[in-house]
Write a protein that binds this ligand. Structure first.
Ligand code: ADP
Ligand code: MG
Length: 688
């Protein structure tokens, strides 16, 4: 469909050039190479003219003729109606918004070239908002297809086209890669780009659209190669760094902790503890992701890792994304480690004055051997005496910038600390291979024994009364219930209103029970008070926005109701559901939705009802959302793949991996130039 932007060609009012330039910058189109790599969404065929008599309705056609009538009509609404005659037939051109300059170009007697979709109107054939331009008789036609670029309202298509075309001429596109690392049959980068911006009209449009054309494959290969190279570089840089060697001591702290635990480890936990211990005793910084489904018992693994570091005389930091979660960890770890003589400190953003000062001193003088907290742990004022191991829980919840900061913070001394990240959102293998080449992965693939799987039920929200009746039964049996309300991103106020109303409704329905409310805007102390009433069992029902999303552990909770479940992402739903079924009691998760459901909404709820396996959920999530969103790239600012698709282009991914190794070994300069060309200053982000 022709858009307002494409119809403005040479007749649009002049725009402030710097506004368009600012828009370019905002889209990250700064260097010539950035513009050259900004590829068309689709193309328009302006290489030929169609006779009106031959043009068919429903088709997009370019025609040329003389304006024989032009008038502004006011019914049914203000519009400019122009009659065009090309000698074979006439059509109407209809514009609902137009400038005086448009009227001038389209005045009677002018010759114009017009492109748009031909429709059969009530009063004869017409085009609505076609693109148009004044031409001289015999004016040459375009020789290549006309590119249509992704753009924004502030950036007219015509301006962007010119900017790309001239950048394409200027951009340094010399072949950086030696021919033998490029898969055979692909054009050079310069050829590929010139072709994709201005394809010849005889090309198969299908191969352009499905991106299987060799020019597209060259681009995808280049992109994948840059990404693999920067990962590989990070991996090799890290291999040169030194970290304290932390051996496991016979009869040491780790053994004593194991003996004191009220349970024995699962096979899977034992295995990952082994993997971690092996990393820690090497003099190289560990860079490991510990993944395991919600409830699989990652915390105790972290504690055992901490025990090794502390036993060897080093400090350990544990960072969690929310205060509530950090506090739960704190209590748990204090319970496990303090009896064994370990000093545990606590750091969060809400801590003030003397309390904070005292904690900072204990961190700085080393008397706090384990420091638990939120991202406050990585603030500038926090100076560790001797940090040997950093643990990050729910690492995907931290932004890339925060993770980078942590790494920089950790690089203070001559020795780097070891790094263990934990996540309940497992990464599918193809993603791990592509995005985390610089990361070792340990997986807990087994839940502790004695858990009863959560039964998941999906209802439309007209069943609300029945659900409340069920809550009544559940609390009568001494069980506890979560009711989760969605976070409405555009409006925290609405979000709160929804949760507050539900809280009022449930309080009324359960007059003899304590019903609590927990939401993101509450002061930390109040949150903690509510949470401890619920954890202690005095509170029967907790109405919450997604602040309970991660980590909260209340084994007596047996029912979770998720309102507007259709608004949550799949992995988020899975995490939430993981809050119940933590003890031996049979648990239920009720997903309430408000019809009508979108297709993706349906797919998500169906996946939730059908499976409990976090890995299977992650796989389906990837299917529903695609890898870009899966990795949360938009928030994180990481340069994701723009051209390649990890699933479709797996063979290219493998070729790129192979080429990256050869390039780095044999042509390190070319490797560096290639990464600079593709990632500019962004390659740091890939390492976070
Ligand atoms: P997550 O992996 O989601 O962070 P947690 O570490 O919070 O899970 O563990 C969930 C619950 O299971 C906690 O109450 C924890 O103490 C308990 N747990 C962990 N490992 C075992 C085990 N091997 N046997 C029994 N219970 C365990
Ligand atoms: Mg956890």
């Amino acid at each position: 469909m022709p858009t307002a932007a494409t119809s403005s060609r040479d007749s649009a009012p002049r725009r402030d050039k710097s506004a368009a330039q600012r828009a370019l910058e905002k889209m990250g189109l700064v260097r010539d190479i950035d513009l050259a790599l900004h590829l068309p969404l689709r193309y328009e065929d302006e290489t030929r003219l169609v006779r009106l008599a031959d043009a068919r309705e429903g088709e997009t056609a370019q025609v040329e003729g003389i304006v024989t009538d032009s008038q502004v009509q006011f019914r049914p609404r203000r519009q400019l109606v122009v009659t065009l005659d090309d000698g074979s037939d006439t059509i109407h051109l209809r514009f609902f918004s137009f400038y005086p300059s448009h009227q001038k170009t389209l005045s009677v007697g002018r010759r114009v070239r017009v492109r748009g979709e031909l429709r059969g109107g009530f009063l004869g054939r017409e085009m609505v908002h076609p693109s148009f331009k004044a031409v001289e008789p015999g004016a040459p036609l375009a020789e290549a297809l006309t590119p249509v670029y992704p753009t924004t309202a502030q950036l007219p298509q015509a301006y962007l086209r010119k900017a790309v075309a001239s950048a394409l001429e200027r951009a340094p596109l010399d072949e950086i890669l030696p021919a033998h690392v490029v898969p055979p049959g692909l054009p050079t980068l310069r050829e590929a780009l010139h072709f994709l911006h201005h394809p010849r009209p005889d090309v198969s449009v299908a191969t352009l659209e499905d991106r299987s054309h060799p020019a597209w494959r060259r681009l995808k290969f280049e992109e994948l190669l840059a990404q693999q190279l920067s990962q590989l570089q990070a991996q090799r840089e890290r291999a040169r760094l030194r970290a304290p060697a932390l051996p496991v001591r016979e009869g040491g702290l780790q053994e004593r902790l194991l003996a004191a635990l009220p349970f024995s480890l699962t096979e899977a936990q034992r295995r990952v503890v082994e993997e971690i211990a092996r990393d820690l005793q090497r003099g190289q910084p560990m860079h490991r992701l510990l993944q395991g489904d919600v409830g699989s018992g990652k915390t105790v693994v972290a504690a055992l890792a901490a025990a090794i570091a502390i036993d060897a005389g080093w400090q350990c930091a544990l960072m969690a994304p929310t205060e509530i979660l950090a506090e739960q960890h704190f209590h748990k770890l204090v319970g496990w480690l303090e009896p064994l003589g370990v000093g545990v400190a606590w750091l969060t953003g809400s801590q003030k004055g003397k309390a904070r000062q005292a904690m900072l001193e204990r961190v700085a003088d080393g008397s706090a051997q384990l420091v638990v907290g939120t991202h406050a742990v990585i603030q500038d004022q926090v100076q560790f005496a001797k940090l040997g191991l950093a643990l990050i829980d729910e690492q995907h919840r931290f932004g890339v910038a925060q993770r980078l900061r942590l790494r920089q913070k950790l690089q203070d001394g001559p020795l780097e600390p070891h790094l263990l990240m934990m996540s309940a959102t497992p990464i599918p293998r193809t993603l791990a291979m592509t995005y985390y080449a610089d990361l070792d992965v340990s997986t807990i693939d087994e839940l502790p024994p004695g858990r009863t799987p959560v039964v998941t039920k999906v209802f439309a929200d007209d069943k609300r009364e029945q659900v409340i009746a069920r809550i009544r039964e559940e609390v009568a049996r001494g069980r506890q219930v979560y009711w989760v309300c969605p976070l409405i991103e555009e409006s925290e106020v609405l979000d709160l209103q929804n949760a507050t109303e539900t809280h009022a409704q449930l309080s009324q329905a359960l007059p003899d029970r304590m019903v609590g409310l927990l939401h993101g805007r509450m002061p930390a102390a109040e949150k903690a008070a509510v949470m401890s009433l619920f954890a202690g069992g005095q509170m029967s029902v907790l109405v919450a926005t997604t602040v309970i999303e991660v980590g909260v552990d209340v084994p007596n909770a047996s029912l979770m109701v998720i309102e507007h479940a259709e608004r949550f992402g799949l992995s988020q739903l899975h995490q939430l559901r993981g809050r119940v079924g933590r003890g031996a009691v049979a648990s239920v998760c009720v997903l309430l939705y408000t019809p009508p459901l979108s297709d993706t909404g349906k797919a998500r709820l169906k996946a939730m009802a059908e499976t409990h396996d976090g890995f299977e959920i992650a796989r389906r999530d990837l299917e529903i959302r695609g890898p870009g969103e899966f990795l949360g790239a938009r928030q994180s600012g990481a340069p994701l793949l723009r051209f390649a698709d990890l699933q479709e282009d797996l063979p290219l991914v493998q070729q790129a991996r192979h080429a990256a190794r050869r390039l780095l070994d044999q042509h390190p300069r070319a490797a560096a130039a290639h990464v600079a060309r593709w990632l500019g200053g962004k390659s740091e982000y890939l390492k976070a």
